[in-house]
Design a protein around this ligand. Structure first.
Ligand code: ATP
Ligand code: MG
Length: 443
């Protein structure tokens, strides 16, 4: 509930004093505190906002710390030597401390929601979608244009209180993801908010509040307007954030998965034995497990798995009409990738190894001779083998085949292959020209 003070038409925030909330400076990164204090000491307002406040209130460790202030990006730059201004659509200051970046955003002004652009061009719309948002305002306005109530809480470094204009504390306690304002308008302004709703719900184990959930089905198709490069970043956050299985299920439930991976969605729906679903779910579960164990994960493997069910169908059809399997995989792979790139732009550094994982699959069928030996020494052997295990788990290839490749890795032949691989690597490495640039290996 928003409390409106009738006299000046301003909202009255709930101020939760230090004694009444659980955010402690001990859990805030030192660098974020440095930024907050320096802003405050220079006479600006400085608040921690967004995921930092949300996660700390829930006793979770925040992924990063975002700061909101009334200082303009230029003011922030003047205060910090290690500061870069970024973004055109949404101008921000990034303060760098080694690998940690503290994102500092200036309070944004509220627009009236009916797509009025500002005269100076700070705010611009396309079909109700905000394409530029650089008009600065007050904390109150800033709070109202954040996405969800649980993301709209401010931790004030001046008195350590939490400022709540949007009922965020109550929703944190109730476990609800609720859009601030009219859900349809807010999804139209930025359709990515539908994906964010699902992501936060899965990550926190929250429910999407009914009015915020309702328009998603009908509005899912507006994600078409989002540039595929932004969707790639979003897909990584959705599926490689440690809760991939739940997030995937929720994306399917709300009809959003179809917008991101239309070919995969169709392959899942038209698979009578559930083999494709088993395959994709296992790939996501493996990724979640590796993240939980702090093991490295690569988008190349996950994308290879997500696109595999449709690739398999298409390659099989080509084989049925006379292509050999290697060629069929090659050509169907190009097709599948080209179609996927219309939605989600997979950078080359991931799509190249992804294709290698696919193309190596038929080579596992041979378990003797020089060729098997050569496969063991292939630089992408490990990822392709993990992929083979997934295929075996859903009955796509015999378990014995996967078993054979598991065992052979402990054999003297495998040891020799590894040796050959490192020798070949050494031979291939270019000699350094004196005074020349050092070559960095490309993926
Ligand atoms: P996490 O960093 O854990 O993924 P977060 O809530 O911090 O979650 P960010 O993407 O870092 O998410 O964004 C920081 C804050 O900026 C959000 O909490 C929200 O208040 C605001 N925000 C981000 N994206 C949007 C958006 N598309 N529309 C409105 N507000 C947004
Ligand atoms: Mg964040």
């Amino acid at each position: 509930m928003l409390l409106v003070n009738e006299q000046d038409n301003k909202l009255t925030p709930t101020i939760i004093s230090r004694a009444d909330h659980s955010i402690s400076r001990a859990n805030i990164s030192e660098n974020a505190l440095k930024v907050l204090y320096r802003l405050k000491n220079a006479g600006y307002q400085a608040h921690l906002v967004g995921g930092g406040v949300r996660d700390l209130s829930l006793g979770r460790e925040p992924k990063d710390f975002d700061v909101a202030t009334d200082a303009t990006p230029e003011d922030v730059k003047a205060l910090f030597r290690n500061c870069r201004l970024i973004g055109r659509r949404f101008r921000l200051a990034h303060v760098h401390f080694g690998r940690e970046i503290i994102e500092v955003a200036t309070f944004r002004a509220l627009h009236d929601g009916n797509g009025e652009e500002t005269e100076g061009g700070e705010v611009a719309f396309q079909d109700g979608r905000i394409v530029r948002d650089n008009a600065y305002g007050t904390l109150e306005e800033d709070a109202l244009r954040r996405d969800f109530t649980v993301n709209g809480l401010y931790y004030n470094i001046a008195d350590y209180s939490v400022v709540d204009y949007v009922g965020g504390m109550a929703d944190l306690q109730a476990g609800l993801i609720r859009l601030i304002g009219d859900p349809e308008v807010r999804y139209r302004e930025d359709p990515v908010r539908m994906l964010r709703a699902v992501r936060f719900a899965a990550k926190l184990g929250f429910l999407i509040e009914q009015n915020s959930a309702e328009p998603i089905g009908e509005m899912a198709a507006t994600l078409e307007q989002i540039p595929p490069a932004r969707l790639f970043e979003e897909v990584l956050k959705l599926l490689m954030g440690g809760m991939g299985v739940q997030t995937f299920e929720a994306l399917r439930h709300y009809g959003l998965f179809n917008q991101l991976f239309p070919g995969t969605d169709q392959a899942l729906d038209s698979d009578p034995h559930g083999q494709a679903m088993g395959f994709v779910s296992r790939a996501l579960a493996n990724t979640d497990a590796r993240i939980a164990e702090d093991k490295p994960v690569t988008p190349a493997f996950l994308f290879a798995a997500l696109l595999w069910p449709q690739l398999r169908h298409r390659a099989e059809a080509r084989v049925a009409s006379g292509d050999n399997l290697a060629l069929a995989l090659q050509e169907a792979g190009s097709e599948v990738l080209a179609e996927q790139m219309q939605r989600v732009a997979i950078p080359k550094r991931f799509s190249l190894p992804m294709r290698e994982i696919w193309l190596l699959q038929p080579r596992f069928e041979r378990t003797h001779g020089k060729r098997a030996q050569r496969l063991l020494s292939h630089p992408r052997f490990r990822a392709a083998y993990d992929f083979l295990l997934l295929r075996a788990a859903v009955g796509e290839v015999p378990e014995e085949l996967a078993q054979w490749w598991t065992e052979v890795q402990d054999s003297p032949e495998a040891a020799q292959a590894a040796q050959e691989r490192s020798e070949a690597g050494a031979r291939r490495r270019p000699r350094r020209r004196r005074g020349g640039r050092r070559c960095t290996p490309s993926e």
